[in-house]
Design a protein around this ligand. Structure first.
Ligand code: SF4
Ligand code: SF4
Length: 381
């Protein structure tokens, strides 16, 4: 940020301010009907899956058509989205935090032509480019992290299992038969830049083996003090090793202290911990952000480990589909998955979903187990 040479006036902090850093102010991009009715909206309704109407006290209406998008999109797909926005919405379009694309229009008669256009666009393989849905009591779009494509510590892929899962759940993206919203997410390691701690169903990539140490190159590529300092459990210490008749500076990992977080690999590429058998997927359930009815909840581990069976992850998608179907048939209207599990009891949740309860699912003494699993004499597993 820079200020013009005339000087900065604290009484008028915005005057003469010039900046080219960061995005422009969001309200420059409001569709006119939204700018005009700011602060005047009375209510909104979901007219059908993927279609919302917001009604203003001025009588104005905004119709929103939501379509599922992907986290990683090609330039050609984004150009096509812009063309659709130009054709139907005067060039206005927005993305949601769950990677949906929302097209907003100001009258009801524009809704059907827009939906027909969106649903008619297909990929060469026949699948929808712009599936309408993801609202209300259905499966909302799955959010995920970078996966094998971009990040350095993933224990599973992101786009791959999410695509496989959404293929299994797709009917419920376009429908609203669930008791309530069902949010699915994926984070490909426990550093968790996805929202898996607060989603109804979450896939979490999990390492089960400590890092390997590449002694030969470690001192050449890494700052040893940084690698040591990166470890949250103090499992790494310096060590001199003999390699090819030379004494080299390196590190030693105390495997019994390691919690497989991968922080050291972030600091030092000579401490990789990816492993074909060691890496896989943990399923977590019952989290939510909403304040409705009950307080926000953290999700809990329901399946401690599933293998990385690329490209379709059938063990993971089968388990998720089972949980979704049992929830859909057993929960009360408006009940989120975690609320349902707490009402019927976690023991019954495991029975109904045919999931095995193992000792891996009980928090250890260092975690806040009192806030997650029940620790009373009623704990019946
Ligand atoms: Fe990287 Fe972990 Fe985020 Fe995945 S969840 S993108 S591995 S930091
Ligand atoms: Fe420490 Fe995590 Fe590396 Fe294990 S993986 S040695 S806990 S930083």
């Amino acid at each position: 940020m820079t200020f013009v040479s005339s000087g900065y006036d604290p009484e008028k902090p915005m005057e003469n301010r010039i900046t080219d850093i960061g995005p422009k102010k969001y309200d420059e991009f409001y569709p006119p009907v939204i700018a005009k009715n700011k602060g005047k909206w009375l209510y909104h309704e979901i007219l059908e899956p993927g279609v919302l109407v917001h009604v203003s006290e001025t009588g104005d209406e905004v119709y929103t058509v939501r379509v599922g998008g992907a986290r990683l999109m090609s330039v050609s797909l984004i150009r096509e989205i812009c063309d659709i926005a130009d054709k139907h919405c005067d060039g206005y379009v927005r993305w949601t935090t769950r990677n949906n694309i929302e097209f907003m229009i100001d009258s009801k008669d524009k809704v059907k032509p827009l939906i027909d256009d969106l649903e008619s666009r297909k990929f060469d393989g026949g699948s929808y480019k712009f599936p309408v849905g993801g609202t209300g009591a259905g499966i909302t779009n799955i959010v995920h992290t970078q996966g094998w494509l971009h990040c350095h510590t993933p224990a599973t892929d992101a786009s791959g299992p999410v695509k496989a899962t959404m293929d299994v759940l797709f009917e419920d993206f376009k429908d609203m038969r669930m008791p309530s919203q069902l949010r699915v997410s994926l984070a490909c390691c426990l550093n968790m830049c996805g929202a898996v701690h607060c989603s109804d169903i979450a896939m979490l990539g999990y390492h089960r083996k400590p890092p390997m140490v590449d002694h030969e190159y470690l001192d050449k590529m890494c700052e040893i003090p940084l690698a040591i300092a990166a470890c949250p459990t103090a499992a790494i210490k310096p060590k001199k090793v003999e390699v090819g008749g030379k004494t080299l500076n390196s590190v030693e990992v105390n495997n019994s202290r390691c919690m497989y977080c991968g922080n050291c690999y972030t600091m030092c590429p000579c401490l990789p911990l990816m492993d074909k058998e060691g890496d896989g997927v943990v399923l977590m359930v019952g989290g939510k952000v909403s304040n409705s009815r009950t307080a926000p909840k953290f999700s809990k581990v329901a399946v401690a480990f599933l293998p990385n069976t690329a490209p379709r992850w059938p063990e993971t998608t089968d388990a998720i589909k089972k949980i979704v179907e049992v929830y859909a048939s057993d929960a009360r209207k408006y009940e989120r998955l975690g609320e349902w599990a707490e009402r019927i009891g976690w023991e019954r949740f495991f029975e109904k979903c045919e999931l095995e309860f193992t000792h891996h699912l009980i928090d250890d003494f260092r975690d806040p187990a009192y806030y997650t699993w029940r620790q009373t004499t009623n704990f019946k597993f």
